[in-house]
Design a protein around this ligand. Structure first.
Ligand code: PSU
Ligand code: MN
Length: 314
């Protein structure tokens, strides 16, 4: 039954970093295939990888290609993913089915966490996690990303949950699930395109070392699950919440009118925001992802520097 083994391929750089115990930052691929238009998607993916390298870590962009779980992509693979419009959006529910059928799919936050953990990578940078959609009281649309954070031990660095969501409900659910939600360097949770959400952060940390220590302490204590680190978008790139709000209202109304549901909701809203903002939402999105890649690299480096005995139980 050889064919039913998980087929996993490390890129050369990632294999080398694994051998030497060097810091690695996992990166998702749904943001490339379903989160940004071409060619900005592939340009951003490359920039994010360069940012991780410049910060002293090794990037590992994750995707399923022809059934094989790739941990680290080469430029051809990255470009092909970015160009194709038939790539599946994979989450916990369907990543194994995609691998069994030898399919090709991009990994969401949830699926990237699963794959990163399987590959022994504890830090992951993204843009914004999925969460509780507005109107979830009737649609029940709550991203699988939240459950994943509750069970898979990976540090997920984001700029908050995407502001198209119901942010108070998203953070309520994270609290219920026991996920440590950490604002980086401020007291308030950030809101993706904006630095402020009006919601107080449950935890605040100001250094990567503190984040790494809290993560290892949680594991050593035997508490499963990940960490969510909410890193505010850089000041010069932020779009004030009042500016974004009407675009979100319009996009949400259109989604409802068109009956957009399930996996299509987030990509539809992001694309409409890009159009309504005349590209401003995308420019902000790119800036915040790069900022998250920098912080994730610092956390990966901090983790790799912890003494052996501190991480013995990982
Ligand atoms: N962050 C971005 N753009 C994105 C996403 C995150 O800046 O497109 C993706 C992530 O892969 C996340 C997904 O897991 O959106 C959430 O989708 P859903 O709401 O269907 O769970
Ligand atoms: Mn959903």
């Amino acid at each position: 039954m050889n064919t039913l083994k998980v087929e996993m391929k490390f890129s050369e750089d990632v294999a080398k970093a694994k051998e030497t115990g060097g810091p690695i930052v996992a990166l998702e691929s749904t943001i490339i295939t379903h989160g940004m238009p071409y060619p900005q998607n592939v340009e951003t993916a490359r920039l994010v990888e360069d940012t991780v390298r410049a910060a002293g870590a090794t990037p590992a962009t994750i995707a399923v290609i022809g059934g094989c779980l790739h941990i680290g992509l080469d430029d051809n693979e990255l470009t092909e993913l970015a160009l194709r419009d038939d790539v599946a959006k994979l989450s916990r529910a369907d990543i194994a089915a995609c691998m069994a059928r030898k399919g090709t799919g991009a990994t969401t936050v949830a699926a990237t966490m699963i794959a990163a953990h399987y590959a022994g990578i504890a830090v992951f940078a993204t843009g914004g996690i999925g969460g509780v959609h507005r109107g979830a009281e009737s649609s029940f649309d709550i991203s699988a990303d939240l459950q994943e954070l509750a069970q898979t031990p990976v540090n997920v660095v984001c700029a908050g949950a995407k502001a198209i969501l119901d942010l108070p409900k998203t953070f309520e659910v994270l609290e219920t699930l026991g996920v440590p939600v950490i604002a980086y360097g401020q007291d308030e949770l950030p809101a993706f395109w904006s630095r402020q959400s009006g919601l107080p952060a449950p935890l605040r940390f100001d250094t990567a070392d503190e984040i790494a220590a809290a993560f290892v302490m949680r594991r050593n204590f035997g508490v499963p699950g990940g960490h969510l680190i909410a890193n505010p978008i850089p000041q010069k790139a932020e779009i004030p919440a009042e500016t974004v709000a009407p675009w979100i209202e319009t996009a949400l109304a259109e989604a409802a009118e068109k009956g957009i549901s399930a996996k299509a909701v987030t990509p539809f809203l992001l694309q409409r925001l890009f159009e309504l903002s005349e590209g401003a939402s995308l420019a902000a999105n790119i800036s915040l992802v790069l900022n998250n890649a920098r912080l994730a690299s610092e956390i990966a480096i901090a983790l790799s520097r912890l003494p052996e005995d501190a991480v013995a139980t990982i």
